[in-house]
Design a binder for this molecule. Structure first.
Ligand code: FMN
Length: 366
């Protein structure tokens, strides 16, 4: 049955993509609490955090943490806000800067990390948690959606190593006491010089060392690194070795790509920017599989890119991902995709004769 949300979603999908994203974000306040309950076979405990299901919202949708409460009603196991930079940014001034590639179920964006900046996002998060704690005291508490924050180097500071590091440390120190995990965005392609060229494994290692020293209190927050699918094999396996040796707690594979696959058919395929969505699927599966195999499954992986169904998500998991994130799939399929995937997972597990998501991780890697 079509709901008001489905109809609204169809209308939004005819608007220019950047406007559609803002309206969709605003529209999350009308989303009803999902009534799909996650069976325990979808639960996982990672980094001492309980994930009710493995489906997460990828960074870039709720950049400013303006809809965390409403998004969690949609049934996500986790939500990643950001990317957040220390100073507020308008992003690239040239418009339009986001394109739908309908024939390819893809998006190209060159937003350039627009966000409200650390100070206002931190304030917004603190307000959100104050409210959430108050309502939790008066209501039956359900499993809380895990919340991650994605922090990124400011493209305008990339020329100055010291400044860049100082800004990243400020973001880390401010967000560490509030969120459940932090992701370092080592992969935004939409800057004059792609972040991945500056943020190679050596620099990330130095940065994380300083972050760990600056970590306030006793809590050691899980620190993940989000890599680019455009890295050479030696570079992404470098990150894998770094993670395996305990340098970081996991890897997100990955961000948008600068690659233009010959299979792309949409007229917008040659627009500049990072490509996301369906065309990324094989690349992400290959990298996940390679890292899982190289590290004997010792590194926790999040598969991000091209997930449009439970089958897609399960493929990332069988190739080594413990968790999965979505962005473009949501833009094409609408908010009901999350419930659909959670629901279909149980059928898929039965088909594969697997007991749980946890037991499915890496099963296709020999
Ligand atoms: C419009 C748009 C904005 C994005 N902004 C960010 C961002 O700020 N930080 C980040 O780490 N990834 C960002 N991403 C990348 C997504 O988080 C994700 O890695 C990528 O889109 C692949 O997943 P998908 O195929 O499910 O979209 C953005 C993606 C899109 C489409």
């Amino acid at each position: 049955m079509k709901t008001l949300t489905d109809t609204a979603f169809r209308v939004i999908s005819f608007l220019p993509p950047e406007q559609a994203r803002s309206i969709a974000l605003y529209g999350t306040r009308f989303v009803k609490q999902t009534n799909v309950v996650d069976p325990t076979r979808l639960n996982q405990n990672l980094w001492s955090l309980l994930f009710a299901n493995p489906i997460g919202l990828a960074a870039g949708f709720d950049k400013n943490a303006s809809a965390v409460g409403n998004l969690s009603k949609m049934g996500f196991g986790f939500i990643e806000i950001g990317s957040i930079t220390k100073r507020a940014r308008g992003g690239n001034s040239q418009r339009p800067r986001m394109f739908r590639l309908k024939e390819d179920l893809a998006i190209i964006n060159r937003l350039g990390l627009p966000n409200d900046g650390l100070e206002s996002i931190e304030r917004r998060l603190r307000r959100h948690f104050n409210k959430a704690t108050r309502s939790a005291n008066n209501a039956i508490q359900t499993i809380r959606t895990v919340l991650g924050a994605n922090i990124a180097p400011d493209p305008d500071s990339l020329h100055d190593d010291g400044l860049c590091r100082e800004e990243m440390i400020s973001c880390f120190k401010a967000l560490q006491p509030i969120v459940d995990y932090i992701t370092i965005n080592a992969s935004c392609p939409n800057t004059k010089k792609p972040v991945r060229e500056t943020y190679k494994v050596g620099k990330i290692a130095e940065l994380i060392e300083v972050m760990r020293k600056a970590e306030p209190g006793k809590r050691r927050i899980p620190l993940l690194v989000k890599i680019s699918p455009d890295l050479m094999q030696t570079d992404y396996l470098g990150f894998a070795d770094f993670a395996k040796s305990g340098g970081c707690d996991g890897i997100i594979v990955g961000n948008t790509t600068l690659e233009r696959y010959p299979s792309l058919r949409s007229p917008e395929r040659n627009e500049q920017g990072g490509l996301s969505g369906k065309p990324l699927s094989d690349t992400i599966n290959d990298i996940l599989k390679d890292i899982y195999k190289h590290t004997d499954g010792k590194v926790k992986l999040i598969g991000c890119g091209g997930v449009f169904s439970a089958q897609d998500a399960m493929k990332r998991i069988l190739n080594g991902a413990s968790l999965v994130q979505i962005y473009t799939g949501l833009a094409y399929k609408g908010p009901r995709l999350v419930d659909q995937i959670r629901f279909d997972f149980s059928t898929l597990l039965r088909q594969y004769k697997l007991e749980s998501i946890e037991s499915a991780v890496g099963k296709a890697v020999s």
